[in-house]
Design a protein around this ligand. Structure first.
Ligand code: SF4
Length: 181
């Protein structure tokens, strides 16, 4: 099992190689590193802690950290989508962090969501067949109480990709889909 320190060292080495810096806010940084660690334990690879992964390595390849979008985001906005990697001027506080728009194609985001949803539905169908009673699939919708960002995920993101609020700022809205018929 990978340790948090190993995740940190890997990110530090990568930042150094590319001339980037890790986010100077240590609490914020720790949350992101814990998210990477948890995703690596869950999926077998460190998918982005701010995005929904499908669990399929080939499909998620573009969001395995460091993701395909990091370099253009750091160049244009001074930070990657999660703000794990930042540019020197941001690290030094000369340029404020700003929200980074999602560069991952919308169709990939939708397909990742569909993959996770289908998987949840299959589990519910299995449970229904076993119980021989109608069932319901509960899908979790989270919103950031600070900026209103909304995302479907099993669990809230570690960091809001828009306003950088911590996980605790996310509240759940539960949507139930009937599986009868
Ligand atoms: S947005 Fe940042 S933390 Fe997320 S995968 Fe890309 S480089 Fe890693």
């Amino acid at each position: 099992m990978i340790t948090l320190e190993q995740v940190r060292q890997r990110a530090e080495a990568d930042a150094k190689t590319y001339g980037y810096y890790l986010n100077p806010n240590q609490d914020f940084l720790k949350d992101l590193l814990e998210g990477l660690k948890r995703n690596e334990e869950r999926y077998g690879y460190p998918s982005c802690p701010c995005r929904l992964a499908s669990g399929n390595f080939d499909f998620d390849r573009d969001i395995i950290c460091p993701c395909d979008y990091r370099d253009p985001d750091v160049q244009e906005f001074g930070a990657c989508y999660c703000a794990l990697y930042v540019r020197k001027d941001v690290f030094e506080g000369k340029t404020p962090l700003q929200p980074v728009p999602e560069r991952r194609p919308l169709e990939k985001q939708v397909r990742a969501y569909e993959t996770v949803s289908v998987s949840a539905e299959k589990k519910a169908e299995t449970a229904t067949a076993t119980a021989r009673t109608p069932s319901a699939v509960k899908q979790k919708l989270w919103y950031c109480k600070q900026c209103g960002y909304v995302v479907f995920r099993e669990e809230p993101p570690y960091i809001c990709p828009i306003c950088k609020a911590k996980r605790e700022m996310f509240a759940e809205i539960t949507i139930s889909m009937s599986m009868q018929g």
